[in-house]
Design a protein around this ligand. Structure first.
Ligand code: MG
Length: 157
């Protein structure tokens, strides 16, 4: 059994889509970044890479590479999962927390978990996603950005 953790932050800015867990969420701002800036999927990628001992997302998909401009992070997630699967890993479970003052994310969490389950080829019940505010404190509380934290377990076949 191997444990991985992931963490990511992106700034909230005008003129960008807000995409979390592959779900486009209606909001007056979106995430700044080279790719679609999906903080949740980036944190999941880092946790998979961490648990399988393969570095981090920036090593595999550099933000200086034009190929990843506005990239769909679900495509990146599927590529990362292949790296783990080819090393003989299966998913145990994913537990994730999104930290955002707004918008309210509860209506979208099941769809996010469904997307991740599809991309990792596992049961939706293996993916748990929570959303928290930071009680108005810090950069997330001021609505300057959204953060995501992920823990997961991989099991060697
Ligand atoms: Mg990122």
């Amino acid at each position: 059994m191997r444990v991985g953790t992931g963490f990511d932050v992106h700034a909230l800015v005008a003129g960008r889509r807000l995409v979390l867990g592959g779900v486009t969420i209606p909001f007056d701002r979106g995430m700044a970044g080279h790719s679609d800036a999906d903080v949740l999927l980036h944190a999941v990628c880092d946790a998979i890479l961490g648990a399988s001992g393969q570095g981090d997302i920036g090593m595999h998909f550099p933000d200086t590479d034009a190929a990843y401009k506005d990239a769909d992070s679900r495509v990146l997630l599927r590529q990362v999962w292949q790296l783990a699967a080819t090393r003989g890993f299966e998913l145990g479970n994913v537990d994730a927390t999104i930290i955002a003052q707004a918008p309210k994310l509860a209506p979208y969490l099941a769809a996010m978990a469904g997307n991740i389950a599809v991309d990792l080829g596992c049961a939706a019940g293996s993916i748990n996603i929570k959303a928290k505010t930071s009680e108005g404190l810090g950069f997330t509380g001021r609505g300057e950005g959204i953060a995501a934290m992920v823990s997961l377990v991989l099991v060697k076949r």
